[in-house]
Design a protein. Structure first.
Length: 285
């Protein structure tokens, strides 16, 4: 079977963009920075054009952005070493190997990042006396498109490979050659379905989500469904494999996320006036 230039992409692409002295700057890192900038830009756009919908003071956004990003990074890293790695240790944020070489920090869990983000959001809103659901709603409009760059970064960094494509499949043209096997570019599938498609869904349902917190729940549900689907094209971590019903850990966590968001959406829809009153009380204190 003749391989195309696309199939051989990894053999011709260097994940390192450039070097500054002894520091190797990877395309993944650049994509992550772009993701942060995109998220902030989108948040500023929606807050400027739909301020009455969110009820957030624009001056608070920059502060919240810092809090949430710290929460995401800590949660994603701790979540990865806890769920997929060998457990917590003091050097999980150490970018140097045993020989003192700079190797960067690899391994972040999306679901861990979500937990860290929610925790940071709760702490911020409690400390600043802000309405938590308003911030979560705004954030979930920003995350999807920023997420696209994160997954593109995974692809360029040659990590989180897809499952092996059957040699007799008609989809071999889409595969990327990895260790002698054609694999699905699952990172790009995730960028499209979990990023672009979810963003379109969020824009479509925003006008129907009149109560604070509903939009955030819809995002959780949409992402969980998209992630569950995309996991069928993504190779499970070698040291974890698959579990009951041949589900990966990513799919199991997505099920938990889906159920949690559905229950929260039901609770918010039934007790919207109660949550609204509570948020107003917190903001007035």
């Amino acid at each position: 079977m003749a391989l195309s230039t696309w199939n051989l992409f990894y053999s011709k692409f260097d994940p390192i963009a450039f070097e500054i002295f002894f520091l190797k700057i990877h395309w993944y890192g650049i994509c992550y920075v772009v993701a942060l900038v995109v998220a902030l830009f989108i948040a500023q756009y929606f807050l400027k054009h739909h301020k009455s919908y969110f009820g957030i003071d624009a001056k608070m956004l920059d502060s919240y952005f810092v809090w949430s990003e710290v929460g995401v990074i800590l949660g994603a890293r701790i979540g990865y070493v806890t769920i997929y790695g060998n457990g917590l240790s003091w050097d999980i944020f150490n970018p140097f190997d045993l020989d003192g070489n700079f190797v960067g920090i690899a391994g972040f869990s999306y679901h861990g990042g979500v937990i860290g983000f929610v925790f940071a959001s709760v702490m911020f809103c409690f400390y600043k006396k802000q309405p938590i659901f308003s911030y979560l709603d705004l954030a979930t409009l920003c995350i999807p498109l920023a997420y696209v760059f994160g997954r593109i970064g995974n692809f360029l960094n040659q990590e989180l490979y897809g499952r092996i494509i059957d040699i007799d499949s008609k989809l071999t043209w889409i595969g990327i050659l990895v260790d002698g096997h054609l694999r699905y570019p699952s990172q790009l599938f995730e960028a499209f379905f979990e990023g672009i498609v979810v963003f379109i869904i969020m824009l479509s349902v925003r006008r129907f989500c009149k109560k604070r917190g509903q939009l955030a729940c819809v995002y959780g549900i949409a992402y969980a469904l998209a992630r569950f689907f995309c996991e069928y094209f993504r190779e499970a971590d070698a040291h974890m494999g698959y579990y009951a019903f041949n589900l990966s850990m990513g799919q199991i966590l997505s099920v938990v996320m889906f159920v949690s968001c559905v229950l929260l959406l039901i609770a918010i829809s039934r007790n919207a006036s109660h949550y609204q009153h509570k948020e107003e009380q917190v903001c007035k204190k």
